[in-house]
Design a protein around this ligand. Structure first.
Ligand code: SF4
Length: 690
């Protein structure tokens, strides 16, 4: 039997097909007619389902023994009478019946609401599940609990893309389909190691280059795409905004901007022009004084000229967003598009490469403290995750409901997060496998994975796919857990199947989803539909006007602030210690929760490795292992490899394995507007270990 569904690992969101026999998966593959996959999957698509058969899946709800002991005398009779039915799981947890567990969670959440206030409860997560569950999650927190504190893992990835794009062009999502990569003449990839993080998009870029498209790669290191690039620019750490502003200045100074487009579609150009032309940090000549990066003065000009005079696209990833000026850098990217008219048409546009499939959906569904579904303004703005953590430490937030987001691994400032989790009065987690956060959970619900359920997922090009179960599971979907808890809190909840919730989404978020019925999505299983979906879908946004209130785009200039590596190189011509950046590899996804349970994947890479420049071999005493140390924390000893793709004094590592403790190195430095952590730059000392 062949079952068509969607891969939910990365934001590419490939259509994926499974050959099954007697409800067992034989293999995963992609069909040639698949719009996203075009018949190809990366290794996570081909092998990343093996976790479904892992013995470590959470099969039954678990309740912490210490939680039961603490509350045994306070439970109401209908709960106390059933406590004897709990069975031992391990030294910390009991296993429990699903219904009893929902009763306990409902009772405890109600108690916290009544003893403190609804504001003492927060919800974190929603991007790792389907839209139906994400929608119900924000409704559960906002309406059933009465708290505005709902957030998802876009906080640690693309919230700056949402902020930057909405500020300038009114919509925080990719403007064009991935296939427009084949229709463009010039591509800039900035802050994205596309080959490893979004491999099927990287395939398109390489194909396009082979067919004559010109490619520029801008990054703090050489990446696999660099060898295909006509222009590779290794830039200093934290200089994205600096470089992007310089490109805009070149386009203005050399009169390469599209005057007609600006006149018709954009406001505030004169003010923008004035600011950029008088900004000492927008002149590419500045790089002549930055030791080791002098060549950028000319290279930036070359790339700006090409971008302005060709039909061009810009793709970016977390290398742009995970900085203190991530939102401003996204605005600077949109400035380039608005200046040159490279937006609102086929083959020209803007493409934030979202981290995982459905992080776009979780934001669209309103799992953000400042947006309801469809990006409406909520009655009340809630706290962002870093503020939720502070509120826990201040004693204001007592309970967190966590929907598949391992904040005890993937968020920054882990020493602080672990202190907060210890302080929480009540933590509920929906998960597939035990991980760092389930250690702290009072209650864990084992839930269906994406390959076991039906629901809508939205990828990085706004494309909705409807998943369907590949194998049978008797575990609940996330939305079923939330519904059952809500019912036990006395709330009338009448969803019988995921489609019931989706139909509510279509009513509550009509701007984007009114026409996206399950029926239509089933008919387009291999293609999907790009929102907004009415009678038809919308491959290209901003065709005649921007999606701002008045239809005009806006420039929003921000001068780059001198700091970090550039400051040190300008002032001293050198710096001590190392600048570290982090990212993913092709094999694993994020906290590796699922991928490390796949034999074919974990057998390839089973630990995080630090990469350093060959030129630093002597300085690092040819060590085979190192400990990294920042002002916030330190890692465990990590394998060290010397490579040629990094510049002297810079390091790269992945963060997939919690035991490495990479995210202990980061503090609270984060994006000015949306608090996305500065994961892409931290100064570290390197201690060789022999
Ligand atoms: Fe899955 Fe992304 Fe690989 Fe496609 S590129 S198969 S969505 S992990």
């Amino acid at each position: 039997m062949i079952i068509d569904t969607v891969c939910t690992y990365c934001g590419v969101g490939c259509d994926i097909s499974f050959k099954t026999d007697n409800r067992q998966i034989i293999k995963a593959f992609a069909k040639k007619e698949g719009t996203v996959s075009r018949g190809k999957l990366c290794i996570k698509g081909r092998k990343g389902w093996e976790y479904l058969y892992s013995p470590y899946r959470i099969k039954k709800p678990r309740i912490k023994k210490s939680f039961i002991e603490k509350h045994i005398n306070y439970f109401p009779e209908h709960i106390r009478s059933q406590i004897k039915n709990l069975t031992d799981f391990d030294k910390n947890f009991y296993e429990a019946d699903f219904s009893l567990t929902c009763e306990i969670v409902a009772w405890k959440l109600k108690q916290i609401k009544e003893m403190y206030s609804p504001y003492a409860v927060a919800g974190i997560g929603g991007a790792r599940t389907n839209c139906e569950s994400a929608y119900l999650f924000q409704k559960f927190i906002r309406k059933y609990i009465g708290s505005p504190h709902i957030d998802n893992c876009a906080r640690v990835c693309h919230s700056p893309s949402l902020k930057g794009m909405r500020t300038t062009i009114g919509e925080g999502a990719a403007t064009n389909p991935f296939d427009d990569i084949y229709k463009t003449e010039f591509i800039i990839v900035i802050g994205s190691n596309t080959t490893e993080a979004h491999p099927i998009v990287a395939n398109r870029i390489i194909d396009a280059v082979r067919n004559g498209t010109e490619l520029a790669v801008i990054d703090v290191r050489e990446i696999p795409l660099s060898k295909f690039a006509h222009h590779h620019l290794t830039i200093p750490f934290e200089s994205n905004l600096l470089v992007l502003n310089m490109m805009s200045r070149v386009i203005i100074e050399e009169n390469l901007y599209n005057e007609g487009f600006i006149r018709q579609r954009v406001k505030d150009f004169e003010e923008f022009r004035e600011k950029i032309l008088t900004d000492p940090f927008s002149d590419p000549e500045l790089f002549r004084k930055v030791k080791g990066y002098e060549y950028l003065s000319e290279k930036i000009r070359d790339v700006a000229r090409k971008y302005a005079t060709k039909k061009s696209m810009i793709l970016w990833g977390l290398g742009i967003t995970e900085h203190i000026d991530g939102s401003y850098s996204v605005m600077a990217i949109t400035h380039l598009a608005m200046l040159t008219g490279n937006v609102g048409k086929e083959g020209a546009g803007l493409m934030p490469l979202r981290g995982q499939n459905n992080v776009q959906g979780a934001c669209d569904m309103g799992c953000l403290p400042y947006f309801d579904p469809d990006y409406r303004t909520p009655e009340e703005t809630g706290l962002m995750t870093p503020d939720i953590i502070d509120a826990v430490l201040d004693g204001k937030i007592k309970a967190i409901y966590n929907l598949g987001e391992d904040i005890a691994h993937i968020h920054p400032n882990q020493n602080k997060i672990h202190r907060a989790l210890q302080k929480l009065e009540f933590l509920v987690v929906n998960e597939i496998f035990p991980n760092e956060i389930t250690e702290y959970a009072d209650v864990i619900f084992g839930v269906k994975s994406a390959y076991e359920k039906e629901g809508v997922y939205i990828n990085a090009e706004r494309r909705l796919h409807l998943s369907q179960p590949v194998i049978f599971s008797d575990l609940p979907d996330d939305w079923e857990v939330l519904s059952e808890i809500a019912k036990r809190m006395g709330i009338q909840v009448q969803y019988k199947k995921s489609e019931d919730i989706w139909n509510e989404v279509r009513r509550e978020a009509p701007v984007r989803f009114s026409g996206a019925s399950y029926e239509k999505l089933k008919q387009n299983r291999l293609k999907g539909l790009q929102w907004p979906v009415k009678e038809t879908d919308t491959p290209v946004l901003h065709v005649n006007q921007f999606r701002t209130e008045d239809g005009y785009g806006r420039f929003h200039y921000k001068q780059w602030e001198i700091r970090g590596m550039v400051k040190e190189l300008l002032q001293k011509g050198e710096y001590e210690d190392f600048y570290l950046t982090t990212g993913r590899n092709l094999i694993h996804y994020n906290n590796a929760a699922q991928t490390k349970e796949c034999i074919s994947l974990i057998s390839k890479i089973s630990e995080d490795t630090v990469y350093a420049s060959e030129k630093d071999r002597e300085k690092l005493r040819n060590a085979s292992k190192v400990i990294l140390l920042s002002q916030y924390g330190e890692t465990e000893p990590l394998k060290l490899k010397f490579v040629s793709f990094l510049k002297e004094g810079t390091l790269f590592t992945t963060f997939h394995f919690a035991k490495s403790k990479i995210n202990y190195l980061f503090g609270d430095e984060s994006d000015t507007f949306v608090k996305t952590a500065r994961f892409k730059s931290v100064k570290v000392k390197v201690i060789p270990v022999h």
